[in-house]
Ligand binder design. Structure first.
Ligand code: ADP
Ligand code: MG
Ligand code: MG
Length: 869
């Protein structure tokens, strides 16, 4: 096997093998851009190492060969005492995981080669010692597992109130000695001086960082598979820390927050890469580089344009300037906010770079869902206390907390919190996930907080420099002496960067108003959404229906683009005042009593259905007959027992108690419910079918579909069907009669069931519950996190269809159902109907429609379009 690729050998399509960073470094190299030479060790090698605990055979020889080639290109040898080559060892997985894994710079320095480096730099001792101390610090932390604060603390003590750039060569040399002491003390051994040994250890540390706790947490959050492993890039160092004619920066080819075209980035003079994102010193806006180094600036802008045209998308980049020479160190298609994604996709269409089909694939249902979040009410009274950068949109309200741990703690108690930090680092990830929003006082739009929050779709305001954040005292101070301590409520606006004291009321998003039909597409975001949604609707094959039980929901679903109702539940129609009638039905001892209760319920049901048919105005409405166990409609057993034992208890109370006892079940979800109820309580389903038929007769254009729940055998369906057909014929109403497929046996006998069903609707909540044997009301809170940790599944099967198991049942049912009845109509009505991955699955297996809650309908429409492309 080949485990090592020179940058000239790879390309951007090899992300599985070379990781995103390596693949794109190769792409840039082959585009002729100025990339320091280097090579990539594949993710295969990492997977082998993680599985076997040792490097694969032949790897070390292969690396040695590539290193020799690099050395000859550079005309220097790694760590050579009088004229050293230095390299960086950089992690880079298939999916970018900002700051989650490790990178070590300046590999190759030791007590001898540091002098060689100074000589190379024309006697710049300061630069050489600065590079050396950085190596020990980074290597110590990431490879030797030493607490980074020990190094930070030593640096802080040495510099006092000065900047790190104010330290002179002598002080940095002294710092190197201190650092070496820390290494000795913490590990019992000297800092490894052998350059090749340094490199080997760093490679293994990068491999190991794949399984660092924060990387695992990040992958779970972002649904990145746990077994990909990371590639490792080894590249010749270039130095931004030579002096003021050097520096390092990050940039975007357009604004990742809004999508606006322009120049967006941060630059830091006399610094190495890590410094920019770590917020060590305050960066300057990229525009200022024009003044400092006009020729590098012009070259950079030209390269950014080349990259945009080549990738046909927003790119982000890392670059370094070494004494006036520009070097590209990284690029990738950049993360962006949801709003920017829609704007950029349509801008690129207008620029002629991509087609509308591609534009639809450039946005996701999750991004659309984010745009449907509410925002702050512009008219509300607000007390603004600061303004930072609008790093990630949304409107977040919560109690201020000052540490990741506290954020997690309070969130677990059900509190909404805003995590307030000076700047965040990868260790804050758990707190960022737990928080409603993130507020930092330092760092720009490319800071860790901003990048990670955008990735998570979480509201973030960063770089609110007027705030003095005092984490140890759990408070911050805003201008004018306003103080906010832990637990006080603040509101942050990720769209404007504003920070408010107290709770600010929120209003619906403009995108929702547009879907509601309340607003014409006015601003450019809504226009972009409109264009993309129209195109998605034009290309999709899947229909989209709504799960809606009330006329209000049905009407909203229509406005959001639902083409029908895929699931109208009838059980809530038996609650409230009608509970009494249900009690009467259950308590009935004679046919007359039972009929009286049913007769009383029928007109109420009829009027429910009339409302729904009217709201749906001529599109199909699938009505599911009553499904849950009957005792859910009856009083609580314990309360009733107490009452029945008292003096005032009536005969009726006692009869009710015995009925409740009779109906009590150990496993109600597997008990008397669904079609079983219809077969056991005479007249119940007939009453519902009659109400549907009569309502349909009264509403012109009504298109009812009658759905029987929980069928496991065709015989169950046949007897209900027979009765229903008769009632419909009497009323002169036409309606499809079909069933839910939600019991594994139904899926496995779908060929038989299709003989008696004109449609199937996959009830994937119950189907998942029964296929896995998971009680869906219990497992998610009791042990799913353990299952996620163990990698038994990457995401809960209740959230996203388990293709291998539940999906297999669906495939069988689709194939055998259609074989028996070619015009069988097929849909899905579980929660999965609004989940992007599941929508793609439904498209792939050839369903006719998905049905989901009204708010998810635009998401399902978009994803159905993307699935078709
Ligand atoms: P991350 O994935 O966390 O961004 P990187 O591998 O990109 O980590 O490296 C961290 C920083 O070091 C970046 O700013 C990068 O540009 C810089 N860097 C990496 N390799 C080199 C190099 N060979 N010369 C100069 N700077 C480098
Ligand atoms: Mg990077
Ligand atoms: Mg069900």
């Amino acid at each position: 096997a080949k485990y090592v690729y020179d940058f000239t050998e790879g390309n951007r399509n090899l992300k599985d093998l070379l990781g995103g960073k390596g693949a794109n470094l190769a792409e840039m190299t082959n585009l002729g851009l100025p990339v320091p030479p280097g090579f990539t060790i594949t993710a295969d090698a990492c997977r082998h190492y993680l599985a076997e605990g040792s490097l694969p055979d032949g790897l070390e020889q292969e690396v040695a060969g590539h290193l020799a080639a690099l050395e000859s290109t550079m005309g220097r040898k790694l760590g050579q005492a009088d004229d050293p080559l230095l390299v960086s060892v950089r992690s880079g997985a298939k999916f970018s995981m900002p700051g989650m894994m490790e990178t070590v710079l300046n590999i190759g320095l030791n007590d001898e080669s540091v002098h060689g480096l100074a000589k190379q730099a024309g006697g710049n001792d300061r630069f050489a010692w600065d590079s050396y101390r950085r190596l020990i610090q980074m290597f110590g932390k990431t490879v030797l597992d030493i607490d980074g604060d020990l190094f930070e603390g030593a640096l802080d003590r040495l510099k006092g109130r000065r900047q790190d750039t104010d330290l002179d060569a002598g002080e940095l040399q002294q710092l190197v000695e201190t650092y070496k002491g820390i290494v000795r003390e913490q590990t019992g051994a000297d800092f490894p001086a052998d350059p090749r040994e340094q490199m080997r250890l760093a490679v293994m540390a990068v491999f190991d960082s794949w399984n660092a706790p924060r990387a695992i947490l990040y992958r779970r959050q972002e649904r990145i598979p746990a077994d990909l492993g990371t590639a490792v890039n080894i590249m010749a160092m270039v130095f931004g820390n030579y002096g003021d004619d050097s520096g390092t920066g990050v940039a975007f080819t357009r604004d990742p927050g809004s999508g606006q075209q322009g120049i967006y980035g941060d630059y830091l003079q006399n610094a190495q890469g890590e410094d920019v994102v770590a917020g060590i010193r305050n960066t300057i806006p990229l525009q200022d580089l024009e003044r400092i180094d006009p020729s590098s600036y012009r070259e950079l802008l030209a390269i950014m344009e080349t990259l945009e045209n080549h990738y046909r998308d927003l790119c982000d980049i890392e670059f370094t300037i070494e004494r006036g020479k520009l070097w590209m160190l990284q690029t990738r298609v950049g993360k962006r906010t949801a709003a920017a994604a829609f704007r950029i996709a349509t801008q690129l269409v207008d620029q002629g770079l991509i087609t509308m089909d591609e534009a639809v694939t450039r946005v996701t249902g999750d991004q659309l869902a984010q745009l449907m979040f509410p925002r702050f009410d512009g008219g509300a009274e607000k007390k603004k206390i600061a303004k930072g950068m609008n790093a990630s949109p949304g409107a977040a309200v919560g109690k201020a907390v000052f540490s990741s741990e506290r954020a997690v703690e309070l969130a677990e108690q059900g509190e909404d919190v805003i995590l307030v930090r000076r700047e965040t680092n990868p260790d804050d990830l758990a707190g960022m996930i737990a928080a409603r929003g993130i507020l930092t006082s330092r760092g720009g739009k490319t800071s860790h907080a901003a990048v990670v929050a955008r990735g998570m779709g979480k509201t973030c305001v960063c770089g609110a420099e007027e705030l003095e954040v005092l984490p140890a005292e759990r408070r911050f101070v805003a201008p004018g002496g306003v103080e906010v301590s832990e637990g006080e409520v603040i509101s942050i606006d990720g769209r404007t960067g504003e920070v408010f004291l107290g709770e600010v009321p929120v209003v619906p998003s403009a995108v929702v108003e547009y879907f509601e039909g309340a607003a014409e597409p006015a601003d450019d975001l809504v226009k972009a959404v409109d264009r993309i949604m129209r195109h998605a609707d034009g290309v999709r094959r899947l229909g989209v229906r709504a799960n809606a039980d009330t006329p209000d929901d049905a009407a909203r679903a229509r406005r959001f683009g639902a083409q029908g109702i895929g699931l109208c539940r009838t059980e809530h129609m038996f609650l409230g005042e009608r509970r009494q009638l249900v009690e009467d039905l259950v308590l009935a001892t004679t046919d007359e009593e039972r009929q009286a209760a049913l007769d009383a319920l029928e007109p109420l049901q009829k009027s429910d259905f009339i409302g729904i048919f009217q709201a749906m105005d001529g599109v199909p409405v699938t009505i599911r007959l009553i499904d849950p166990p009957l005792h859910e409609f009856l009083p609580d057993l314990v309360e009733l027992s107490i009452k029945a034992a008292t003096q005032e208890a009536t005969g009726k109370d006692r009869r009710l108690l015995s009925a409740v006892k009779r109906l009590h079940e150990q496993n109600p979800m597997l008990g008397l419910r669904g079609v079983r109820l219809g077969l056991v309580i005479p007249g119940l389903f007939a009453m519902q079918v009659k109400a549907i038929a009569q309502a349909a007769a009264e509403v012109p254009g009504a298109r009812p579909e009658i759905m029987i729940p929980l069928v496991a055998a065709v015989q169950e369906l046949e007897s209900v069907r027979e009765e229903a057909v008769k009632i419909l014929a009497e009323a002169g109403v036409e309606a499809l009669i079909g069933t839910m497929i939600e019991v594994p046996r139904a899926a496995l006998t779908a060929g038989q069931i299709a003989e008696a069903a004109e449609f199937f609707s996959f009830g994937t909540n119950d189907l998942t519950q029964m296929a896995w044997g998971f009680s869906r009301d219990d497992v998610e809170s009791s042990f799913f996190h353990r299952y996620l940790d163990l990698g038994i599944f990457g995401v809960s099967p209740f959230e996203s269809i388990d293709r291998e198991g539940v999906g297999r049942l669906i495939e069988i049912a689709v194939a055998e159902g259609r074989a028996a009845r070619p015009d069988l109509h097929l849909g899905i009505c579980g929660e999965h109907g609004g989940d992007p991955d599941s929508v793609h699955f439904c498209h792939d297996v050839g369903l006719d429609y998905v049905s989901c809650s009204p708010f998810r309908i635009p998401v399902a429409r978009l994803e159905a379009g993307r699935a078709a492309l």
